[in-house]
Design a protein around this ligand. Structure first.
Ligand code: ZN
Length: 182
């Protein structure tokens, strides 16, 4: 199922997400919906709060970005109840966007690598190191679970400059190729 993506300004994107158990209702369908909605919107990552569910779950598939950039092997993965245990490597800028903040792309500095603990779609535990594009997407999606978007990382000046655009997004006055919900 493809759902509309909740945009900047909606309270659900500000909520801190909660951990879930294996018996969380309809979980496998929710995961499939996240992937479908993400692919439909041509995204590389999507967090559950972006479809209105404040739970600790996000999916990524870096294929689209790896094609455009490094050519590295893409990572497709489901992260449940994740915890980044270490951020390391170089501070790396990248022109980032977000499906919940359509039409805005800004340079965001993030660490080049993370070590993350998480449970997969079968609740098997992993602790894995990701580097490069997957590490960037993971950090971006992880922020969504704490009620944050990349807009929170911008300088006050930049935020002021984007004020009008952000207001338009929060009231749905923005062109997108996918459905949005304010
Ligand atoms: Zn995002």
């Amino acid at each position: 199922m493809i759902l509309p993506i909740i945009v900047y300004g909606s309270p659900v994107l500000r909520k801190e997400a909660t951990n879930i158990e294996k018996d969380y209702p309809d979980l496998q369908n929710i995961i499939a919906t996240l992937f479908e909605t993400m692919y439909h919107a041509k995204g590389v990552g999507l967090a559950a709060p972006q479809i209105g569910l404040p739970i600790c779950l996000f999916v990524i598939d870096s294929e689209k970005m790896e094609e455009e950039n490094s050519g590295a092997i893409p990572v497709k993965c489901v992260f449940i109840n994740p915890e980044i245990v270490e951020f390391f490597g170089e501070d790396t800028p990248y022109n980032e966007g977000c499906l919940s903040v359509p039409g805005i792309n800004e340079d965001i500095v993030r660490k080049s690598s993370v070590k993350i603990w998480y449970q997969d779609e079968n609740f098997v535990e992993h602790e894995t190191i990701f580097t490069g594009m997957p590490a960037r997407i993971i950090q971006h999606e992880y922020d969504h679970l704490f009620g944050k978007t990349f807009v929170d990382k911008l300088s006050p000046l930049k935020k002021t400059l984007l004020k009008g655009k952000l207001r338009d997004i929060s009231t749905g006055r923005v062109e997108t190729k996918y459905k949005i919900k304010v």
